[in-house]
Design a protein around this ligand. Structure first.
Ligand SMILES: Nc1ncnc2c1ncn2[C@@H]1O[C@H](COP(=O)(O)OP(=O)(O)OP(=O)(O)O)[C@@H](O)[C@H]1O
Length: 255
């Protein structure tokens, strides 16, 4: 569903990505894991067609970027990021913010059809915040805001859902509630691509991990193959021990 081949991304004489290959197949859900500034968000921008590689090939849902209308491909991709959140209007009621996802608008300037409103309310039920439907977006907690983004991105029934550090800034309770909603996506026919630097966010939904350091791929493949103390040391420069509990990896720092 997403193929990145021989990707190089050079800006201002800096090699930000170097010879990256990742092949994401249907039925898989991926985590891109790596330190701050390793190139994770840049990879997401390439998948969305907001950036183009200096060299290499990006193919998404059978469309080769550069030879297709990227806007058409984007209609099948949900993207959750802080920069998108910042474009939303904090005074709009939550249900309306969710409803805008149906058309990939940022705001409505005309009446919203009843069926779209109904669908938005259903999405809010799905992420367990139906009681917040009429509240202005700006009054919500950080965790609730992330759930609104998730509900909004599901409105257009995407084939791929890309999330850039959705759990950043959440406390343990809020993080686990959000991760539970994301894990529930396993019931749906949707590929999830998730960026984080926190290993414990690799919930059972995720099947594969790409580990990246300074723009280079250290390893990519099934999570049990990639998440070894050796690979994590290469990516994070910290010696760790790793333990699997309920199909989630937990780490102990050794030094
Ligand atoms: N258009 C650009 N021009 C110059 N430098 C860029 C550009 N885009 C990204 N970079 C640089 O590339 C590096 C990788 O950035 P990126 O945002 O992809 O990292 P990241 O792994 O997502 O980091 P974080 O976890 O901190 O969000 C950073 O050092 C960033 O400053």
């Amino acid at each position: 569903m997403i193929q990145l081949s021989n990707i190089h991304f050079i800006r201002e004489e800096r090699h930000i990505l170097e010879d990256v290959h990742i092949d994401m197949q249907k039925g898989e859900n991926w985590v891109l894991l790596g330190r701050n500034g390793s190139g994770k968000t840049t990879l997401l921008e390439l998948m969305n067609g907001y950036e183009f590689p200096s060299k290499g090939k990006v193919e998404v849902l059978g469309n080769r970027y550069g030879q297709c209308d990227v806007r058409e491909v984007r209609k099948q991709i949900g993207y959750i990021s802080q920069s998108l959140f910042e474009k939303l209007n904090l005074s709009d009621p939550v249900w309306e913010v969710v409803a805008t996802g149906e058309y990939a608008f940022l705001r409505f300037y005309q009446e919203i059809p009843e069926e779209v409103k109904g669908k938005a309310l259903d999405m809010l039920k799905r992420v367990r915040i139906p009681h917040l439907a009429d509240q202005p977006l700006g009054t919500l907690s950080q965790g609730e805001r992330k759930k609104v983004m998730l509900a909004r991105s599901l409105m257009m029934n995407p084939s791929i859902l890309i999330m850039d550090e959705p759990a950043a800034g959440l406390d343990l309770f809020e993080r686990e509630r959000l991760l539970q909603d994301i894990n529930d996506l396993s019931k749906q026919d949707i590929m999830v691509v998730y960026v984080t630097h926190h290993i414990e966010e690799i919930i059972p939904l995720f099947t594969h991990v790409a580990l990246i350091e300074a723009g280079k791929l250290i390893a990519s493949g099934t999570k049990k193959d990639v998440l070894t103390p050796e690979n994590l040391y290469r990516a994070f420069g910290v010696k760790v021990e790793l333990e699997w509990f309920r199909d989630r990896p937990w780490i102990k720092v050794l030094e």
